[in-house]
Design a protein around this ligand. Structure first.
Ligand code: CP
Ligand code: NVA
Length: 317
């Protein structure tokens, strides 16, 4: 038991981790507790090798720094072997059908992590795989990231009471995972996006229907940040949208996170970003480098929450 985190309860082993809403609130909090415990063990350099003899297949259709490093290093540090399969190794859905890849990779490996474009591909991969599948980002969502982010907030605050998160920028995959988290844990979530760049309306409706968190979707970044404990942003053009970057820069004027915007929260707030950041575009250098910026804690915690997710999926949590 790590002080400050809720006690873990016993749960049926989850089959896959594709969306935050695949979990109950208790399961999410339980993963935070396990992540804190595993993080402490790794920091302490304990001889803890629950993944000994196991292998993780990492399928990447898109680029990555944090996701690859955190999954590979995390699995290795817990005693296992991780295999990187890049865009030129597996042409998922192009060179070979998703369901065939799912079955082949399952014959060699104990668990799969996939970063893909089409969200339906990760759903199909999980349907046909005979081993657990973890979603390492799709065009639709990024559940490991937002689990790491909320774990980081929990670690800092020691609780999630009266929390308000303001997200400024594109209504993208990262926002969809924030919305799905708001359908499971209660907190305030204000999302400010330019017109035509709002999050998926069905995901907003899903979060609002849960009737748990106060959710605001607006076009006004200044009002969105008032009272926020966390101001969060992400790139304005995600992977696969880079040719739209010029147009998006014009449409997103006023959404850059500046020191002035941070002061607009009216309280001491943290700045968060999933990274990679485009410094000088969606966030200024001053904010990225400020003492209230916790972007590298978020990055580090990717490894610890993902270890907790994989330990649970493999029945070793
Ligand atoms: N935040 C994140 O997923 O980073 P990478 O794209 O570098 O993996
Ligand atoms: N929204 C970004 C997140 C990167 C981690 C993208 O999809 O490129």
């Amino acid at each position: 038991m790590v002080a400050g985190f809720p006690a873990r309860k016993e749960y049926a082993v989850m089959k896959n981790f594709l969306h935050i809403t695949d979990l109950t609130a208790d399961e999410i909090l339980s993963l935070f507790q396990l992540a804190a415990k595993t993080k402490a063990r790794l920091k302490n350099r304990d001889d803890y090798r629950p993944f000994q003899g196991l292998s993780l297949a990492m399928i990447f259709a898109k680029p990555s720094a944090r996701t690859r490093i955190s999954f590979e290093t995390g699995f290795y540090r817990l005693g296992g072997h991780a295999l990187y399969l890049g865009p030129n190794d597996i042409g998922i859905g192009k060179r070979e059908a998703v369901k065939d890849i799912a079955q082949v990779v399952s014959r060699f490996n104990d668990i799969i992590m996939a970063r893909l474009f089409d969200h339906q591909y990760v759903v199909e991969l999980a349907k046909h795989a005979t081993v657990p599948v973890v979603n390492g980002l799709t065009d639709y969502n990024h559940p490991c990231q937002i689990m790491a982010d909320m774990f980081t907030i929990y670690e800092r605050r020691g609780h999630l009471d009266d929390l308000k998160v303001a997200f400024l920028g594109d209504g993208n995959n990262v926002v969809h995972s924030w919305l799905r988290l708001a359908a499971r844990l209660p907190f305030g979530l204000a999302v400010a996006c330019p017109k035509d760049y709002q999050p998926d309306p069905e995901t907003v409706a899903l979060a609002q229907k849960a009737n748990l968190s106060e959710i605001i979707v607006t076009h006004d970044p200044t009002s969105a940040v008032v009272g926020a404990d966390v101001v969060y942003t992400d790139v304005w053009a995600s992977m696969g949208q880079k040719e739209e970057a010029g147009e998006r820069r014009a449409r997103f004027q006023g959404f850059q996170v500046t020191e002035q915007l941070m002061a607009g929260t009216g309280k001491e707030s943290w700045f968060m970003h999933c990274l990679p950041a485009e410094r000088g575009i969606e966030v200024t250098d001053e904010v990225m480098d400020a003492p209230y910026s916790i972007v590298f804690d978020q990055a580090e915690n990717r490894m610890h929450i993902q270890n907790a997710i994989m330990l649970t999926l493999l029945g070793k949590g």
